[in-house]
Design a protein around this ligand. Structure first.
Ligand code: MG
Ligand code: MG
Length: 255
C-alpha cells in the first residue's frame, strides 16, 4: 500500500472494502438505537452487537484489541470512552450512553461511535449531544485534499469551545485501514507548535470528538479502561470513518 509521510493511502478497491466494513458498523449502531431505552442493560447491547457480527460474518474489531474484553465500548454519562458493557448497568431515563464499535471485514476495519439519549433527556444534555455531533460534521468538512490535518482539529475545537464545552485532549482520532489505529493522530484541538501533515486523496480517517460539559480532564477507573471526566460531568462522543477523495470527504460510516 502506498504511503505519504507514514500514512497509508488506500486505493478505490480498498476504500470500497472499508465502506462495507463501516456500513455494517452503522447498521449495528442503527439497531442499537432502536433498543436503547430505560431498563435495558449495556450487556444487552453487547449481546445484540455480537449476534449481528455473527450474522454478518464479520469480526468485532475491539474484542481482544490490546486486551479490551468486549465488542462494544458502552460509556454512560460521565464515562467518556472505553466503558465495559455490564449486566448490572441498567440504563435509566435521562442517561446518555456512548456506543463505540468496530468490525473487521475482509481485513479492513470500520469504526464509528454515537451517543444516544435514554428516554427523555434534559435540554442541557441534548445540547451536549447536538454540539458534539455538529462538531464532528464541521471537522469532516475540512477533510479535503490539500488542507492541513489540523484544519479538522481547529474546526472541531472552535465549534465546541464557542459553546463553552470542553474538548478532551487525552484521546484523539486516527488513521484507519488494515489496522484499527494507524497514522496520523487526529487531535480535536490544535496542538501548539506542531505542523500538521497535508491531507491527501486516499487517506482514511476516524474523526472522533469527545466533548464534556465541564473540565476536559480525564481519569481512568480501576478497571484500567473506563475513562471518565474528572469532575464527573457528562461527556458525549461521535465518530465517523471518512475517506479523503478527489471529490471531498466521503463518510463511509454514514447511516
Ligand atoms: Mg471508535
Ligand atoms: Mg476510533
Amino acid at each position: 500500500m502506498k504511503k505519504y509521510r507514514g500514512i497509508y493511502l488506500k486505493n478505490d478497491k480498498e476504500i470500497g472494502l472499508m465502506r462495507e466494513a463501516n456500513r455494517l458498523v452503522s447498521v449495528v449502531l442503527d439497531m442499537l438505537g432502536e433498543v436503547i431505552k430505560p431498563g435495558v442493560s449495556t450487556m444487552d447491547l453487547e449481546n445484540i452487537a455480537i449476534k449481528a457480527c455473527e450474522d454478518f460474518g464479520v469480526k468485532p474489531a475491539f474484542k481482544g484489541y490490546q486486551g479490551f474484553p468486549f465488542a462494544l465500548c458502552c460509556s454512560v454519562n460521565e464515562e467518556i470512552v472505553h466503558g465495559f458493557p455490564s449486566e448490572s448497568r441498567i440504563l435509566e431515563e435521562g442517561d446518555i450512553v456512548s456506543i463505540d464499535m468496530g468490525v473487521i471485514y475482509k481485513g479492513f476495519n470500520g469504526d464509528s461511535a454515537r451517543t444516544y439519549p435514554v428516554g427523555q433527556v434534559s435540554e442541557d444534555t441534548q445540547k451536549l449531544l447536538d454540539v458534539t455531533r455538529e462538531s464532528l460534521m464541521r471537522g469532516i468538512e475540512q477533510a479535503k485534499a490539500g488542507n492541513n490535518l489540523y484544519d479538522i482539529s481547529k474546526a472541531v475545537q472552535d465549534y465546541v469551545e464557542s459553546y463553552e464545552f470542553g474538548i478532551v485532549r487525552r484521546f484523539v482520532g486516527h488513521g484507519i485501514g488494515r489496522n484499527l489505529h494507524e497514522k496520523p493522530e487526529i487531535p480535536n484541538f490544535v496542538p501548539a507548535g506542531l505542523p500538521g501533515v497535508t491531507l491527501r486523496t486516499g487517506m482514511v480517517l476516524a474523526i472522533e470528538p469527545m466533548v464534556t460539559q465541564g473540565t476536559h480532564e480525564v481519569e481512568v477507573l480501576s478497571d484500567n479502561w473506563t475513562a471518565v471526566t474528572k469532575d464527573r460531568k457528562l461527556s458525549a462522543h461521535f465518530e465517523h470513518t471518512i475517506a479523503v477523495t478527489s471529490e471531498g470527504p466521503d463518510i463511509l460510516s454514514r447511516s
